[in-house]
Structures are given as structure tokens and as C-alpha cells.
Design a binder for this molecule. Structure first.
Ligand SMILES: CC(C)(COP(=O)(O)OP(=O)(O)OC[C@H]1O[C@@H](n2cnc3c(N)ncnc32)[C@H](O)[C@@H]1OP(=O)(O)O)[C@@H](O)C(=O)NCCC(=O)NCCS
Length: 183
């Protein structure tokens, strides 16, 4: 499928562009940004960021939609999904530049992406996984209605340390119930 853009009250989620590399590097190189992200090297280089953007440009949107979260067309973060069409489940991931934390942007962007994909595909449930120490991410999941299902002890290694991962999930029914205003 072709990449799509989504608009929210304050943000535009759009496909990544090669020219986004500098803006994305600016926030991704912050060690606080990558602190709980196992896929990130300890020190993120411009080359790492270039490879990240190239991978987003090459992604298959039927299974791995990936948006730049933008303000005035400048990326301040990203949201990506992994859709498993065989099991009708999807996983959401998100990141926002530290200079924009605490304004509800991650929640707003992830909610728009999840709404889009729930509308488009017959998904039964959505999951998200976070480092158990990543309180901000767990709070975003709470805002999104993702409920804590399990803790996977020592699942991942981050910067040489074995860490616990929290798996949260929401079913389609619960998502729709939360999105539909009660009479
Ligand atoms: C996790 C992250 C995406 C949140 O982005 P954000 O735009 O600040 O998120 P929101 O503003 O929508 O919500 C953050 C919530 O966490 C809360 N929070 C932030 N830091 C916290 C902390 N240390 N302890 C508890 N809650 C915290 C905020 O107060 C807010 O909750 P509230 O709305 O009830 O006040 C951002 O911190 C980030 O990009 N981190 C680096 C990448 C990352 O870890 N991604 C997630 C991978 S699973």
C-alpha cells in the first residue's frame, strides 16, 4: 500500500523523507532519548540516523507503517507499527524529542496511528512493550488504554544490563468502547 499522512489536533504524521535526517539526528543523539531503546547504539551517529531514515523509506506499509511526527513539517519524533496479519495483532512504538516531552504528543500521535490501523484492518488487539523503568512510556500506554498483561524478566539487554520488559495490550472492543462517547 502507499504511505499515508494523518493529521491530529496539533500534529501531522507523515512518511519520512531523506531530508529529515538532520532533524531526527538532533533528538535521537540525546542519550536520554535512547536510554530505554534496545535497538539504539550507546552513541547515535549521523550515519546511524541516515540508515534509520533509509530503512523507514524502504519499509512495507502493509506490515510496517512508519511516520515522522511533525510540527510545522519538522520531525519531532516518530511512530511505527508492526502488523501481523496472520494473527490480526499489531504492535506500536513511539518516540518524541526530549524538548517536546510532557505535552501529550506521544499519546496524540500513537492514538491517531492506532485509530487508522484499527479502522483499516480487522485487528483483534494491539500490544506495546516497554522497559519496565520507562515510566513515561508506560504512562503513554495507560493514556492509550493499553493494559499491563505481563512482565518478561530480563528479556532485553540495554547497555550491558539485563532489563525487564512490560507488555501492555488493548483489544479492539476495549479500544472502541474508550473511543465512543458514552450516552
Ligand atoms: C515515552 C515518550 C515517547 C513520551 O513522550 P511524551 O510526548 O512526553 O508523552 P505524553 O506527553 O503523551 O505522556 C507522557 C506521560 O508520562 C508522564 N511522565 C513523564 N516522565 C515520567 C516519569 N519519570 N515518571 C512518571 N510519569 C512520567 C508525563 O507526565 C505524562 O503523563 P501525564 O499526561 O499523565 O502527565 C518520550 O519520553 C520518549 O520519546 N522517550 C524516548 C523514547 C522512548 O522511550 N520511547 C518509548 C519506547 S517503549
Amino acid at each position: 500500500m502507499d504511505p499515508v499522512s494523518l493529521s491530529t489536533a496539533r500534529l501531522v504524521l507523515r512518511p519520512w523523507r531523506p531530508a529529515d535526517v538532520d532533524a531526527a539526528y538532533e533528538y535521537a543523539r540525546d542519550p536520554e532519548f535512547s536510554r530505554y531503546l534496545p535497538a539504539f547504539p550507546a552513541v547515535v551517529t549521523l550515519e546511524d540516523e541516515r540508515r534509520f531514515i533509509e530503512a523507514q523509506l524502504a519499509t512495507n506499509w502493509s506490515t510496517h507503517p512508519s511516520w515522522a511526527v511533525t510540527l510545522a513539517d519538522v520531525p519531532i519524533g516518530g511512530v511505527n507499527l508492526r502488523i501481523d496479519h496472520l494473527r490480526d495483532v499489531a504492535e506500536v512504538g513511539y518516540g518524541i524529542a526530549r524538548s517536546h516531552w510532557g505535552r501529550g504528543y506521544a499519546t496524540e500521535a500513537a492514538r491517531a496511528a492506532m485509530d487508522w490501523v484499527f479502522t483499516r484492518y480487522p485487528l483483534r488487539r494491539f500490544v506495546a512493550t516497554a522497559d519496565a523503568r520507562n515510566a513515561a512510556s508506560l504512562r503513554v500506554m495507560e493514556h492509550l488504554g493499553l493494559e499491563r498483561e505481563t512482565v518478561l524478566r530480563g528479556l532485553r539487554e540495554i547497555r550491558g544490563e539485563r532489563v525487564d520488559s512490560v507488555v501492555c495490550a488493548v483489544t479492539r472492543q476495549r479500544w472502541q468502547a474508550r473511543r465512543t462517547p458514552q450516552a
